[in-house]
Design a protein around this ligand. Structure first.
Ligand code: SF4
Length: 379
């Protein structure tokens, strides 16, 4: 199973917390589409596992593409790749761009999963986050998606925002779950490098998000999600009736994927490569035939660390039998011994799978980092 990710690097406004590669100037949109088409054609040899099972347009704000522009990109993809008849085709969109007409056209193009960047239904929080939309537009976007015939709708929310009271977070969750959505991605607000949020905190304009707020919001998220019948299949992702993101799950499972567009990453089981994270350079390098990406070959240690990092975050957890068969007895003992040193209430062992509990998930990154092997002689 393999997937394709297309990075659309344009947004009309930069959100306060965002460190994804995007530009707020749309002047190079045409040149980007031409370069992307070339990259699509140049990369046909990258994935050997066909047919392609998932296609994901992310960004940036892909819903800034007109239907005509999107059709041109899709035609190029269809000409050069073989897609599964049950393709999961996800399109990320911002609420203010989702008119009923636009959504109906997306459906006609074969898009069967829409992921809406809502973050909050409260105007004051959206203003704080520097989002372009209002709460009412967010609700209208969901209604339009339903009316356009989407039955697989994911929304994104952000929590751990000190400016939002607990009751506002509760109402955000209740509003989200009052609609027949199938999926929720909920991310904790984090201070990333080179973001507006980091700058404002450094300058003393904003204060650091409070840890207690994050923990309170996290438990409320778990409680409301369970009440609504959503399963937490990954730390930040909740699905109803098993409507998980197949694209993201394949990534966590270590399946191959091809990333196209500036800053996109690719993985083909042996190597990882990442495209230049600069639009002008990307366009110029594709146009002139220069290599537009860097590559690294993954060592056994890299594969082990990656397995730990990605699987620790999933409900399935770390399969200790797989650790033994894939990485050897020494690593199995290493993992078993490590878990003996951590707080017992932070994990359970089910059929030889090490799974984090609700409390343990709060420590997932730290547990993963402690398990990482920096050099083979750590064992
Ligand atoms: S819309 Fe998405 S990609 Fe664009 S700045 Fe905001 S969070 Fe980042």
């Amino acid at each position: 199973m393999s997937g394709i990710y297309i990075h659309f690097p344009f947004c009309t406004k930069k959100c306060i917390y965002c460190n994804f590669y995007s530009t707020t100037s749309l002047t190079q949109k045409d040149a980007y589409i031409k370069a992307l088409q070339k990259e699509i054609i140049q990369s046909t040899d990258y994935l050997s596992d066909v047919p392609i099972r998932t296609l994901y347009f992310g960004g940036g704000t892909p819903s800034l593409l007109s239907i005509k522009e999107l059709s041109i990109i899709l035609e190029t993809l269809k000409l050069h790749y073989f897609f599964d008849k049950n393709l999961e085709f996800t399109f990320e969109a911002n609420p203010e761009t989702l008119t009923l007409e636009y959504l109906k056209s997306l459906r006609e193009l074969g898009i069967n999963r829409i992921s809406i960047g809502i973050q909050s239904f409260h105007d004051s929080i959206l203003h704080f986050l520097n989002r372009r939309h209002h709460g009412e537009e967010a609700q209208m976007a969901i209604k339009n998606a339903l009316n356009a015939g989407f039955d697989n709708i994911s929304i994104d929310l952000i929590y751990g925002i000190s400016e939002r009271t607990g009751s506002m977070w509760l109402s955000d969750l209740q509003t989200a779950y009052s609609y027949p959505i199938t999926h929720l991605s909920a991310y904790a607000l984090s201070i990333e490098e080179n973001t507006l949020l980091q700058t404002k905190i450094k300058r003393g304009i904003l204060t650091q998000p409070r840890e207690e707020q994050f923990i309170e919001d996290y438990y409320l998220l778990l409680e409301e999600s369970r009440k609504a019948g959503f399963e937490q299949y990954e730390i930040s992702n909740f699905a109803k009736n098993k409507r998980i993101s197949q694209h993201n799950y394949a990534y966590w499972e270590g399946k191959p994927y091809l990333g196209l567009g500036p800053s996109a990453h690719s993985y083909n089981l042996q190597t990882r490569r990442w495209n230049v994270a600069n639009l002008s350079t990307y366009i110029q390098q594709i146009e002139t035939g220069f290599c537009h990406y860097e590559t690294e070959t993954l060592s056994e240690t890299d594969h082990f660390n990656e397995y730990i990092l990605l699987h620790l975050r999933t409900a399935e957890g770390i399969d200790i039998d797989k650790i033994r068969t894939r990485f050897g007895n020494e690593k199995e003992i290493y993992v078993r011994n490590y878990f003996l040193t951590i707080e017992p209430s932070h994990y359970t062992i089910e059929n030889n799978y090490y799974q984090l509990t609700d409390a343990g998930k709060l420590w997932a990154d730290q547990i993963a980092m402690n398990l990482f092997i920096l050099q083979e002689d750590k064992l």
